[in-house]
Design a protein around this ligand. Structure first.
Ligand code: FAD
Length: 358
């Protein structure tokens, strides 16, 4: 089957890879360079504990399933690409500032293996946390990945599996024949297809005809590097409205959540808010240097759940709306979209893009 995938973020790359591996003829069209959208801007956490505290049951199940696929997914990408993607299960510590917050964490402790810890135990895990806390929830097995290395390695894995990536090819339209998606048009050419997969992240709704009810949700992050003699702890730390993710010897702090359309401007306000919140939790960060500041657009959906499946147009599939968890979801998204397109698996009704068709 000839399959055209639109968008080379983590979703398009991973699905394209799985389809190419399954012997399909896959062309991936990317309007810029692969992996430079939200996937590049991300923090790379596989945050099954913190991100899913208040989620829909179907999303919790999907996230946990994807998390179980991650070790093998990472290994396969590394073997095929010959590149290390920095998959490390160094744990995540969610901090509570007071007793009610700690009680709430206890009620929401949904991950097996997670344990409540006292303030002194939390400080042993994360010695930089000297600000006021009541304790925390410690998930020692939670992993993270270097999302930028992941994007580069997935690009290599996709090509090694026989997929064809065309960069700097912005899709403008999906052409139909007798109502069915039959080709994809860019300024440079027309690409015939038996199936089309739209995986253009936050921009999925901009491809004509518009079938994806996706809206961009901006997130800014900053990177702090330590003075000599200091270093971050190995675990990801959550608290005071931010998270802190080790990146080499630096700490990436995220993220703002802004409803400002396709604007990706960096703001002093966003930068300062992240820095101040992190410093309240970890006062030593006042001596750290601001080394980077970036923004990306998460693909949001109207009900906050992913959009994974067929659209109202026959032959046109959608993989978007992963919002804050597109890196965590990648292995399961790749698996379900491959299996749906090849007719091997049903669509999950909670994620069916056609739920918004009316
Ligand atoms: C600040 C921030 C932090 C995050 N942290 C995490 C985290 O820790 N863990 C996690 O799991 N998730 C995280 N996320 C969310 C995650 O990054 C996204 O859910 C995920 O990257 C979405 O992947 P995608 O492939 O759908 O989109 P993208 O990575 O945005 O890729 C879409 C691609 O489509 C291309 N494209 C767009 N329009 C067209 C067109 N017309 N033609 C051709 N190509 C097109 C774009 O250029 C882009 O390369 C974070 C996001 C942000 C912004």
């Amino acid at each position: 089957m000839k399959i055209v995938v639109i968008g080379a973020g983590v979703a398009g790359l991973a699905i394209g890879w799985r389809l190419a591996e399954a012997g399909q003829d896959v062309v991936l069209l990317e309007r810029g360079q692969p992996g430079r959208g939200a996937t590049w801007a991300s923090a790379g956490m596989l945050a099954v504990t913190a991100e899913l505290q208040n989620s829909h049951a179907a999303e919790i199940e999907f996230a946990n399933y994807s998390n179980t696929l991650w070790p093998e997914f990472a290994k396969q990408i590394e073997v095929l690409s010959g590149q290390n993607i920095g998959y490390v299960p160094h744990g995540a510590l969610i901090l509570a500032e007071d007793a009610p917050a700690l009680a709430a964490l206890e009620r929401q402790a949904i991950q097996p293996g997670s344990t409540l810890v006292r303030a002194d135990q939390a400080r042993q895990i994360a010695p930089l946390v000297t600000g006021d806390i009541a304790g925390g929830l410690w998930s020692p097995h939670e992993a993270r990945v270097d999302n930028r290395r992941l994007a580069l390695a997935l690009t290599a894995a996709f090509s090694k599996a026989g997929g064809r990536l065309l960069a700097n090819e912005a899709v403008v339209r999906i052409e139909r024949d007798d109502g069915r998606a039959a080709a994809v048009r860019t300024p440079f050419g027309l690409y015939p297809a038996d199936a089309v997969l739209l995986a253009a992240g936050a921009w999925s709704g901009q491809v004509e005809p518009a079938v994806a009810p996706v809206t961009p949700v901006k997130g800014q992050m900053i990177l702090l590097t330590p003075p000599p003699g200091q270093s971050p702890s190995a675990a990801v730390i959550w608290g005071n409205g931010i998270y802190a993710v080790p990146r080499g010897n630096a700490l990436a702090i995220g993220a703002t959540v802004e409803d400002v359309g396709f604007d990706t401007a960096l703001t002093d306000e966003g930068r300062d808010r992240l820095r101040q919140a992190a410093e309240k939790l970890m006062p030593a960060l006042r001596g750290w240097t601001l080394a980077d500041h970036w923004a990306g657009l998460r693909p949001g959906s109207p009900d906050g759940l992913p959009l994974l499946g067929p659209t109202a147009i026959e032959g046109l599939w959608l993989a978007s709306g992963q919002y804050r968890n597109g890196i965590l979801f990648a292995p399961a998204v790749a698996e379900t979209m491959r299996d749906q397109i090849l007719g091997r698996a049903p669509v999950n009704p909670a994620f069916d893009p056609r739920r918004f068709a009316a």
